[in-house]
Design a protein around this ligand. Structure first.
Ligand SMILES: Nc1ncnc2c1ncn2[C@@H]1O[C@H](COP(=O)(O)OP(=O)(O)O)[C@@H](O)[C@H]1O
Ligand SMILES: [Mg+2]
Length: 490
């Protein structure tokens, strides 16, 4: 149903020109400052108010013209070309877009771009699988962390396969909040348990081995965020661990042993690549295809959609698309995303950092969103603020860590043994990555040796050059003197 007709209180901003359909109109802008690309307009037709999105806008001689498409429900008959077009009020936009739902049933993603009054609230019920894509530095990890905060806030369990140790900063409140986004600094320290290689990540709670001895029902707990920080581990070890964990979570979910949860996988194209095979591919596919039935939802994060396994990316869900510049990545994203078409290509290529097009299951139409700022600190790759914790904070952390260790102590021995077995199986069998690293180190050593030799040679050549130069100068001087003498004699 279109929103109820209300008499627009403002002045018209455009007239309708040319042909109209039930889905689109062309406009001639009368208030130049009021109408821009991707903004919302409204008009009355047969007693109902309809919402329109300005999809294209251009100048022709001294006039500004544009094309608008209907958002939400369409009328039965083509629009009457004689009516005026108004700027849409925030309440009409929010209602028509279906994003003005109660906050405790939603993920608050940010503000509708150009409309600071409109919070984009995505209904959790409709989210499904999530795909977060965008080129490096476009804001993927940041957006992923915003969604993690929202889930933790609402008590929804999350498991994070964290390749770079970026998400342990969920424990640290941001330095400041934001009035614009209505966000206050907050820490989720009480909610987060972080497993990691403690030698590389001294701020983590438990050794990574312990995850193998931890039952799914202790990893997936209402209100808990479980971070598996893989920083410092070989990719092959990460793959093996991820396979084990995804498998045990999937099994527990199908047996209904754990509550509905979200599993975040960053750099998913490495764990489920389109070409070649990773040990994890099968589990990622299974979770992507079947997990939703058992409320085991995947959040797939990647900077290279074209490198992601076709089966994983072809699943329906909600897409958060940050800036992409590679045309193939843009193509694949618009093809894979319900509601996105080629006319969004240009928008996707020109998004700012922290801006995203949200499309798919959770929204009626694609929306350009300024993603909200974080409540917690954004950890850069390989930086864990807790590694540099102040003495008092470190003491508190140690107490918490030992409390947790005690509770896992009885399972620790078997976990360590299984971790060692897993390591041994990789090194003995499919140790692709260690072998490749060894080969690369050999190459590096050889290159360094060559560089040293060339530097030595360079030194010798420089010396010879300066000797020759001196001899040349001396010869010239002698020749000049001889010439002068000859002239004088004449
Ligand atoms: N929504 C946002 N609000 C403010 N700053 C952001 C936002 N998203 C990203 N940034 C900034 O951009 C940087 C890169 O974002 P990040 O999410 O780490 O990129 P990537 O896409 O490579 O994961 C961050 O360190 C942060 O400073
Ligand atoms: Mg990132």
């Amino acid at each position: 149903m279109p929103p109820k007709a209300s008499k627009p209180s403002t002045e018209p901003v455009a007239d309708i020109i040319g042909r109209t359909t039930t889905a689109s109109i062309n406009i001639r802008v009368t208030d130049l400052k009021a109408v821009g690309r991707n903004e919302f307009l409204t008009l009355l037709h047969e007693g109902e108010e309809y919402l329109l999105l300005v999809k294209e806008i251009w100048r022709e001689h001294h006039e500004t013209k544009g094309t608008c498409t209907v958002v939400g429900s369409m009328p039965r008959t083509p629009f009457n070309p004689d009516v005026s077009v108004y700027k849409a009020s925030p309440s009409i936009v929010g209602e028509a877009l279906g994003i003005d739902i109660p906050r405790d049933e939603a993920v608050y993603a940010g503000l509708l771009s150009g409309y600071d009054e409109i919070q984009v609230l995505l209904p959790i019920k409709k989210l499904g699988r999530l795909f977060i894509v965008g080129k490096t530095g476009s804001g993927k990890s940041y957006s992923a962390a915003v969604i993690m905060e929202e889930f933790l806030e609402r008590g929804i369990p999350i498991v994070v396969l964290d390749r770079h140790g970026e998400y342990s900063s969920l424990k640290i409140p941001a330095e400041k909040g934001s009035k614009r986004f209505d966000v206050k600094p907050k820490s989720y320290e009480e909610n987060v348990i972080e497993f990691a290689d403690l030698s590389a990540n001294p701020g983590a709670d438990l050794p990574i081995e312990a995850v193998l001895g931890t039952k799914p029902k202790d990893l997936v707990v209402s209100g808990q965020g479980t971070i598996l920080n893989f920083r410092g581990l070989d990719l092959s070890v990460q793959e093996a661990l991820s396979t084990e964990i995804l498998h045990s979570l999937y099994k527990a979910a199908t047996n209904r042993e754990i509550p509905p949860f979200y599993c975040f996988v960053d750099e998913a194209h490495l764990l489920a690549p389109n070409r070649g095979k990773a040990a994890t591919t099968k589990m990622m596919r299974l979770l992507a295809q079947e997990g939703r039935k058992f409320a085991a939802n995947l959040v797939v994060i990647t900077q290279k959609p074209q490198l992601l396994d076709t089966h994983v990316r072809s699943q329906v869900g909600t897409w958060i698309v940050h800036q992409l510049t590679d045309v193939r990545d843009v193509d694949i994203t618009t093809q894979s995303t319900e509601g996105l078409s080629r006319e969004w290509d240009d928008d996707i290529q020109h998004l700012d950092v922290g801006q995203a097009v949200i499309a798919g299951d959770a929204v009626k139409v694609p929306l350009i969103v300024d993603i909200r700022i974080r409540e917690t600190t954004h950890g850069a790759i390989g930086f864990n603020p807790l590694d540099f914790a102040a003495p008092q904070a470190a003491e508190e952390l140690e107490r918490r860590r030992s409390r947790l260790r005690k509770s896992f102590a009885d399972r620790m021995k078997t976990a360590v043994k299984r971790f060692e077995e897993l390591h041994a199986s990789i090194e003995g069998g499919t140790g692709r990555v260690p072998k490749r690293i060894a080969a690369l180190s050999e190459e590096l050593k050889a290159a360094e040796l060559k560089l040293r030799e060339l530097r030595e040679e360079n030194k010798v050549l420089k010396k010879e050059l300066s000797k020759v130069k001196k001899q040349k100068d001396k010869a010239i001087k002698l020749a000049e003197e001889a010439l002068a003498r000859l002239k004088r004699r004449r």
